[in-house]
Design a protein around this ligand. Structure first.
Ligand SMILES: [Zn+2]
Length: 384
């Protein structure tokens, strides 16, 4: 990972580079930054820069043998420690070195922009908390006592040092205080107050600021998001790149739900075309429980918005374009003849999906109910 693939943070990166040029690289540094600011990718890019034998004035070369190993997060002088817990394959005494393959694949998948939650999910540890433990501390002490393989720096990155337990940090105090020559320890943490004081007092603090909205939106535009949507997401994401990505994914899901829901409703409006409706239900039965639930929840949201629309609260309906247009048209058929029953019907469907109902039967049944309920609302609307 090179500095040039870090999102934003130019000021900070220049500071790290000029520190190196002025021969001021502290042996123990604490990178402190909130989730989604890029503390881990910056630490990796910094390590790659320090170790690269062909670095330029402002970045690692990205081409040499050392950089190639860094790109795979597998350089022999780069050591990672991070929170772990037991899972299906590590049933006792968890420690970082037992999870290295998982760790590297997670970094590769997300360009090192990971979160504590994404890592826990990747490890598959359920609801357990991860810790950096005494066994990790012992390995760190052994690692730093050995010579660097390739002769320059040896770098130990301890990610989420907030999760280091007391026995581990007590073991490490001397190493943090005075690491061997040419060893750089980079501790990464999110919450200063949660760090053990004896640990934080031994490290030089490097604050990683939140990302600017401009940095987030231009990165989203690079990923194909439209300019106006990028700005909206950046505003909501609070300087957190991971949150921005999550909002973007949700927006994609909402769009898919909208297109599907509109298609379904159109079929329910012309119930003579049972073949198409049946096909739709079969498709829905295949998509998996989470998507089915998300689709049905979207349906509830449309009904809710239609009711708001009908009661002159249209201004708080946060929809635009085709979606708003659809909601307004749909609202014409939602009224006291069917709104309560529609709510109940969708909620019941969600309830049954959660309890593993046969989705094919459920969606067929639901479709017939919707056909009737729409018809009811329609005749009510005509007669009143
Ligand atoms: Zn290089």
């Amino acid at each position: 990972m090179q500095f040039n693939s870090i999102i934003g943070q130019k000021v900070l990166i220049n500071k790290l580079i000029s520190g190196y040029n002025d021969n001021r690289v502290a042996h123990t540094q604490l990178f402190l930054g909130n989730e989604g600011t890029g503390a881990l990718p910056i630490a990796i890019a910094y390590a790659q820069f320090l170790v690269c034998p062909r670095k330029t004035d402002n970045d690692s070369c990205g081409q040499c043998a050392s950089c190639k190993k860094f790109e795979k997060y597998a350089h022999p002088d780069l050591h990672f420690y991070f929170p772990t817990a037991t899972n299906q394959s590590v049933k006792k005494d968890p420690k970082s070195s037992l999870f290295l393959a998982d760790w590297r694949s997670h970094l590769t998948d997300s360009n090192a922009y990971i979160t504590l939650n994404s890592w826990y999910e990747h490890m598959g540890i359920g609801n357990k908390q991860g810790y950096i433990r005494k066994d990790d501390a012992n390995e760190i002490i052994t690692k730093v006592s050995l010579k660097a393989y390739e002769g320059s720096y040896k770098i130990v990155i301890i990610w989420m040092v907030d999760k280091m337990n007391e026995s581990a940090s007590n073991k490490l105090l001397k190493t943090l205080e005075e690491p061997p020559n040419n060893t750089i320890l980079i501790l990464i943490g999110e919450k200063y107050e949660q760090l053990i004081p004896t640990v934080r007092s031994r490290a030089q603090l490097v604050k990683i600021p939140r990302l600017s909205n401009e940095d987030i939106s231009s990165q989203l535009i690079n990923k194909g998001v439209s300019e106006s949507e990028s700005e909206d997401i950046a505003l909501l994401s609070n300087g957190n790149w991971n949150l921005a990505l999550e909002i973007k994914e949700n927006a994609i899901e909402t769009q898919a739900n909208f297109l599907n829901f509109r298609k379904w409703l159109r079929l329910c409006f012309q119930p003579k075309n049972y073949t198409e409706l049946l096909r739709f239900n079969q498709e829905m039965a295949k998509v998996g429980r989470e998507k089915q639930k998300s689709f049905l929840n979207y349906g509830l949201e449309v009904i809710h918005n239609s009711i708001l629309q009908n009661n002159n609260h249209g201004k708080i309906v946060k929809k635009a374009g085709d979606e708003l247009d659809f909601t307004q048209k749909f609202a014409q058929f939602i009224n006291e003849a069917n709104q309560k029953e529609l709510y109940t019907t969708f909620n019941q469907a969600i309830y049954h999906i959660e309890r593993n109902a046969n989705a094919g039967i459920l969606f067929s049944d639901l479709s017939f109910q919707i056909v009737d309920l729409i018809a009811k609302g329609r005749s009510y609307a005509i007669s009143s």
